[in-house]
Design a protein around this ligand. Sequence first.
Ligand code: URA
Length: 410
Amino acid sequence: MIIDIINKKRLGQELSYKELDYFFNGYLNGKVKDYQMSSLLMAICINGMTDEEIYALTKIFVDSGDILDLSFMPGVKVDKHSTGGVGDKTTLVVAPIVSALDIPIIKMSGRGLGFTGGTIDKLESIPGYNTSLTDEEIIKQAKDIGIVLTGQTATLVPMDKMVYALRDVTGTVSSVPLIAVSTMSKKIASGADKIVMDIKVGKGALLHTKKEAQKLSELMKKIGSFYNREVETIISDMNNPLGTNIGNSLEVLEAIELLKGNIKDGNFHDLCLKLCSEIISMAKDISKEKALEMSKSAIMDGSAYKKFQELVKAQGGNLSKIKVSKKTKQIRSNKKGTLEKINAFELGEISVGLGAGRIEKDDVIDPKVGIVLKKSLGDKIKKGSVLCTIYYNNPDSFEIEKVREAFSIK
Ligand code: URA
């Protein structure tokens, strides 16, 4: 039976709900082995999945754990999710802005794997911040302050945890149907009524073409309507890093600057406001323009940053104790010209090498290391101009020439 299912998918035939259920639940309870699941995942990567298969697999994933019941919170509950990028700290900004405007936000985030960072790792760079709240603690905090940013509980789509870990090491992460199932099942199980999906496309993302991103967007909306959830998608560029800071503490500090109103433009600022505008317009049923104005006001009147402070305090964190490495190295250009590209993937890899991300699932992160960009796209560069500053712990953890190569100067 196991081998028949693999063969069927290898030949490009459609699997029934029963077959998918047998195989994936078999994996959860140990009957289907890693090598068998890897083989099926690769066949899915190559041959794709029909819509019927995608709905079936999403249901199997959702049913593998508990669904968080948020009906105790009045009003429309909105959630956001990003497919992962380099320097993506938007949740740290978007969630407090939305919450400051009285929209409840209870968000469970993941850790980074490979070159993409995870929100939970960023939050854990705030000393004391607890990312392992229980269901009871989540509910209490949501009722008290209307905002929760925590890690995925053990009961939230356990199937995805197992399958994602295997996908990560078997070259099966970048499959559009598998990304749709993985992300949407978690959002559905998290209990939100409306969902905003930030689909990253480019060198520093799982998907490299607009066409794949559009396909994923379509699938996410279809799964949403199957589950009676409204889904909006944003397709955003991930060829260049988001914002200036890459690395956990550094990214929290950059998010704080935006929340304080000290960052007024750039791709990080613009994407945060776009996401807020989508979420607020969905939740309050108002125009995106009005929602955008409200988001800007929440930054300028200080309420968004106040909400962030409230959140950090409620989860035990101490913002005054955030630390970045004291060891720094400025990387200077060895040629002149115009800065045309900053390779997000390369910088993501370099930041993992510094210790800001994981190579293996159980690697321990160094929250203090990372990269701060000192030049923006289009800037004129002189020989000797500082391109970026590396915050490191071990001087052997990066190569100056490799860092320089991430900047295309023409
Ligand atoms: N993020 C997820 O949670 N799952 C995927 O498959 C890809 C990105």
